[in-house]
Design a protein around this ligand. Structure first.
Ligand code: NAD
Ligand code: TYD
Length: 350
């Protein structure tokens, strides 16, 4: 797959900024257009080093605004789309499911419609970035494969499942070339501190309690965000039309064990006594509909496209901790506004 004018949606977010950086710097022949509404989760500071590149262009637009999106497609006639823009946090989807349906379902439909209408679709690709959460919850054993039935439990995962279905429907009905990848939990630099790892890093720095939902025995499969970005570039270039690829790190952690590991790393970096940060762990009310375990079988992308993760969890977590410690001004800015209100509402019984 080789298209020159590439639209990346949600490029100012956590994963999107890594994908934009990778494509802009590794593929100077590509013109990369980043469309982002700059919601609370979008931040142009994530892309300061990318901005000077002449093949990078930022367009502020909301994917739920069909007219605005259509005008942009009419004007730029993007060759391919890598679609990451979304409302992405499960806890927020429990508070406000409608905005998840609007952005993740309607927003995806607007992009599909405009792409179908204005682009030379047969020569391009619509790549939808999705999540393993569409598969629902695993018990103690087993892995999600590309053949696992969809069984989403949260409003977030239901909205992502729905958008995956619409992408496939546009492939079947209108012949739109597409690929979908479903990835496990990401961690790394620029992640908004509503998610578990940066939330805990920030709270440890500030000696605030570390809210562990339920008994902490929920399991996630963690992948370093830069490995996800290389997987996305691989699927974009080598993925087969109409296929789905699961992406994961073979790296399962129970939340409580992960938080304890993070505490010990942070104690070492902050010069605190061993065990100091663990004292901040507080078991709080569980998340409703909390999926017990996610774990990915990534053998298809490894076998067929030759991708595998390159960063161990030990290295990735150390790099992540170091990045947040070095970039405390970034953290201060992103938590200064709306986050305070969200945090108070979400953790008020904490
Ligand atoms: P994020 O919340 O950090 O970033 C989302 C970006 O989308 C932000 O820049 C935001 O401004 C933008 N956006 C939101 N609504 C928009 C709208 N209406 N119009 C235009 N832009 C809008 O999310 P993330 O963690 O970077 O996730 C990116 C994608 O990857 C999402 O589709 C998510 O479902 C998927 N994903 C995330 C993970 C993960 O662990 N974070 C794992 C698998 C898949
Ligand atoms: P999160 O980072 O929100 O990702 P997701 O829900 O998409 O997997 O949460 C990761 C895990 O950590 C999940 O099992 C919920 C749990 N969690 C807590 O225990 N406390 C928290 O404050 C947060 C945000 C998450």
């Amino acid at each position: 797959m080789n298209s020159k004018k590439i639209l990346i949606t949600g490029g100012a977010g956590f994963i999107g900024s890594h994908v934009v950086r990778l494509l802009v710097t590794s593929y100077p022949d590509y013109e990369i257009y980043n469309i982002d509404a700059l919601t609370y989760a979008g931040n142009l500071e994530n892309l300061i080093d990318v901005e000077p590149h002449s093949n990078y262009h930022f367009l502020k637009a909301d994917i739920t605004d069909g007219t605005a999106i259509d005008q942009l497609f009419q004007r730029y006639k993007f060759d391919s789309v890598i679609h990451l823009a979304a409302e992405s946090h499960v806890d927020r989807s429990i508070i406000d499911p409608l905005s998840f349906a609007k952005t993740n379902v309607l927003g995806t439909l607007n992009l599909l419609e405009s792409f179908k209408k204005h682009s030379e679709v047969k020569k391009g690709l619509f790549y939808h970035i999705s999540t393993d959460e569409v598969y629902g919850s695993l018990g103690a054993t087993g892995l999600f494969t590309e053949h696992t039935s969809y069984d989403p439990n949260s409003p977030y995962s239901a909205s992502k499942a729905s958008s995956d279905h619409f992408v496939r429907a546009y492939g079947a009905t209108y012949g739109l070339p597409f690929v979908i990848s479903n990835c496990s939990n990401n961690y790394g630099s620029f992640q908004f501190p509503e998610k578990l790892i940066p939330l805990c890093i920030n709270n440890i720095i500030n000696s605030k309690s570390l809210p562990v939902y339920g008994d902490g025995n929920y399991t996630r499969d963690w992948l370093y965000v830069e490995d996800h970005a290389t997987a996305i570039a691989t699927v974009f270039h080598k993925g087969k039309n109409g296929e789905t690829y699961n992406i994961g790190g073979h790296n399962e952690w129970k939340n409580i064990d992960l938080i304890k590991l993070l505490c010990s790393k942070m104690d070492a970096r902050l010069g605190r006594a061993a065990g100091e940060s663990e004292k901040l762990i507080t078991f709080v009310k569980d998340r409703p509909g909390h999926d017990v375990r996610y774990a990915i079988d990534a053998s298809k992308i490894e076998r067929e496209l030759g991708w595998k993760p390159s960063v161990t969890f030990e290295e990735g977590l150390s790099k992540t901790v170091d990045w947040y410690l070095k970039n405390q001004d970034w953290m201060e800015k992103v938590i200064s506004g709306e986050y305070q209100h969200y945090y108070k509402e979400q953790y008020s019984s904490d």
